[in-house]
Design a binder for this molecule. Structure first.
Ligand code: NFE
Ligand code: MG
Length: 618
């Protein structure tokens, strides 16, 4: 038995050790090791961020107005969210307030990212942990059409002929031996529980989503010039609007462009309602009924978010996904989260490849230190560059360990939905939609879908349904749907404001550094697709003195802290039974449900830029 037995997780590092490296269909590089007991149940989990890159330190000495363009490059997946956090941080430090149009356009950019990121995650990074592509070949297209009409009566692409065509395309792939994007799956594993018809339906939607996602990001290209990495601006947004302008004559965004944005939003809402959510509900119901209730981990106890999507800018009370922290699974008490409080958000490095003067203590990001220290524990098997088995009693990851008031937290759509539900139950009018969505999903999983598929009805409460791998995947689908709806609200509000004669998109009062105080510090937070994101800045004499980012996957993917508390990835794997440890479908399924982004979480580099290791490629 290991020395770590905290948060109710009894870690046992005896038994067989299984290594998954690299974990694929994620952003960046990650390794995971687990110990399984003689029944192939996971009893110890170790997650390692294996990549190392640099952005925070590149910012030192630069113009704060340029920071967004650098930090946005932390990641191409959650594109724009680091730029948004950055401009918010700088504006907070300098006391800049943005105009209403800029607020609404930034909201639309952020929600477009959410709907894009969530749908791409589900279909292209996660679905194949639930869906057996090869089994889809044995589906009856007529029965697939019936199933489609049962779970989503309004989706027009549902004929038997349509599914037969897709199945034929898929068969050609398989017969040619070139599975393309479907290579290297654990096809045929007993860990898959869907009937062939559900597999064919989901694979079909994988292809539909691939087509649609490129349309959705056009909202970023219209308001931000491009995607990935759309443009941002300290003080507002970098686009001008003249609703009566003539595009052909070189005018900025006009009503025709805005109507085009609206047509994309309508398509997003329709896909989420008719395809994405029904698929997740059907898959979730079938797996629940097959007894797959695993993966809750920290979400059953500790969740947090800063809160975002204010109906009225700068008024946190109007956040449509309100923040807070829940500890110990007590949904009746929502604790306030303040990113400025040095007692609340702290990063530890006891098990991370960094050095602090005192590693028993954490540092608040305004005082954050990033000094690399790659060393392996005595029990490591293998070499410094080819590790066979990591020693988790020592340092074992490039990810730091952020903690909230000392607690390990799960962050992400599931955390936000648990918080939104808890807030709604307390009467918060700004997140009643969240409660309504959760109630609808519960009814569908308990009664609606079982009835349609001839399965027995169930009685899961929200509290039983949500803290699980399925709940994490469901919360992301619900958040995608909600963000699509909020996008439509923002669009209406923007057009109304423009029609009322307000066309301002930036506030340049404090653009000139001569108007800035000699020293300032600020913080900016965002509900990023994978969870709570914070940037912290210190400005001195018009330049960046210190800049720190604490990102969602740093929270979820964190290694143990000095108290031995495991992070959310690790906790989620505990006690999960595996059908066959040689085919780690269950590990991928639960890790993928977080949508890990190791690029975001290991965005730091050595302060002096010194070479850490040299890899020779022959
Ligand atoms: Ni690179 Fe990211 C998000 C941020 S990290 S994906 O969402 O911020 O988890
Ligand atoms: Mg950081």
């Amino acid at each position: 038995m290991s020395e770590y037995a905290t948060q109710g997780f009894k870690l046992d590092d005896s038994g067989r050790r299984i290594v998954v490296d690299p974990v694929t269909r994620i952003e960046g590089h990650m390794r995971c090791e687990v110990n399984v007991d003689s029944n192939n149940v996971i009893r110890n989990a170790v997650s390692t961020g294996t990549m190392w890159r640099g952005l925070e330190v590149i910012l030192k000495g630069r113009d704060p107005r340029d920071a967004w363009a650098f930090v946005e490059r932390i990641c191409g997946v959650c594109t724009g969210c680091h730029a948004l956090a950055s401009v918010r941080t700088v504006e907070d430090a300098l006391g800049i307030r943005i105009p209403k149009n800029a607020h609404l356009i930034r909201e639309m950019m952020a929600k477009t990212l959410q709907v894009h990121d969530h749908a791409v995650h589900f279909y292209h990074l996660h679905a194949l942990d639930w869906v057996d592509v090869v089994s889809a070949l044995s589906a009856d297209p007529k029965k697939t059409s019936d199933l489609q009409q049962l779970v989503s009566p309004e989706h027009p692409m549902s004929s038997a002929g349509y599914f037969r065509d897709i199945q034929n395309r898929l068969r050609k792939f398989v017969e040619s031996g070139q599975l393309g994007p479907f290579m290297n799956g654990y096809w045929g594993s007993k860990a898959y529980a869907l009937p062939p018809e559900a597999n064919l339906m989901a694979v079909t939607h994988y292809l539909e989503a691939l087509d649609l996602q490129k349309e959705w990001v056009k909202i970023h290209t219209i308001f931000g010039g491009k995607n990935p990495h759309p443009n941002y601006l300290v003080g507002g947004v970098p686009c001008a609007i003249n609703i009566d302008g003539d595009l052909a004559a070189g005018a900025p965004i006009n009503m025709e462009r805005l109507n085009y944005v609206k047509s994309i939003i309508d398509g997003i809402i329709e896909f989420n309602k008719n395809v994405y959510l029904p698929d997740v509900l059907a898959i979730g119901t079938i797996y629940k009924q097959a007894g797959w209730l695993h993966g809750g981990g920290l979400s059953a106890t500790n969740v947090s978010d800063y809160g975002d999507y204010p109906k009225v800018n700068y008024d946190k009370r109007t956040d449509q996904l309100p923040g807070g922290a829940i500890i110990g699974g007590n949904w009746d008490e929502i604790l306030p989260v303040d990113p400025r409080d040095p007692e609340q958000v702290q990063e530890f490095v006891a098990h991370s490849w960094y050095k602090y003067a005192d590693e028993t203590k954490g540092l608040h990001p305004w005082d954050g230190v990033t000094e690399p220290n790659y060393e392996l524990g005595a029990k490591t098997k293998g070499t410094r560059t080819a590790i066979d088995q990591i020693d988790e009693s020592a340092k074992y990851s490039w990810i730091k360990s952020p903690r909230w008031r000392g607690h390990a937290m799960e962050v992400g759509p599931l955390a936000r939905y648990i918080l939104g539900y808890a807030h709604a139950l307390k009467g918060n009018p700004h997140c009643q939609r969240v409660k309504e969505q959760i109630e609808y999903a519960s009814t569908m999983i308990n009664q609606g879908i079982p009835k349609a598929l001839g399965l027995p009805e169930t009685q899961y409460t929200a509290k039983q349904l949500l803290p699980s791998t399925i709940g994490r995947t469901l919360a992301r689908a619900l958040e995608g749907q909600y963000c699509g709806e909020m996008l439509a609200d923002d669009w209406n509000e923007l057009v109304a404001n423009l029609k009322a004669g307000d066309s301002a998109t930036a506030n340049t009062d404090h653009w000139d550094p001569s108007t800035w105080p000699q020293e300032a510090k600020g913080v900016g937070t965002v509900a990023a697709p994978r969870g709570m994101l914070g940037h912290w800045i210190r400005i001195k004499d018009g330049r960046i003195e210190n800049y720190q980012c604490v990102v969602p996957t740093t929270w979820n993917g964190s290694p143990r802290d000095p108290q031995g508390q495991i992070g959310a990835f690790e906790a989620s794997l505990m006690n999960t039974p595996m059908v066959n440890p040689e085919q780690p479908v269950e590990i991928l399924r639960t890790l993928h449900s977080f949508d890990p982004c190791l690029a975001c979480s290991t965005h730091v580099m050595s302060e002096d830029g010194r070479e850490l290791t040299r890899v020779q490629v022959r």
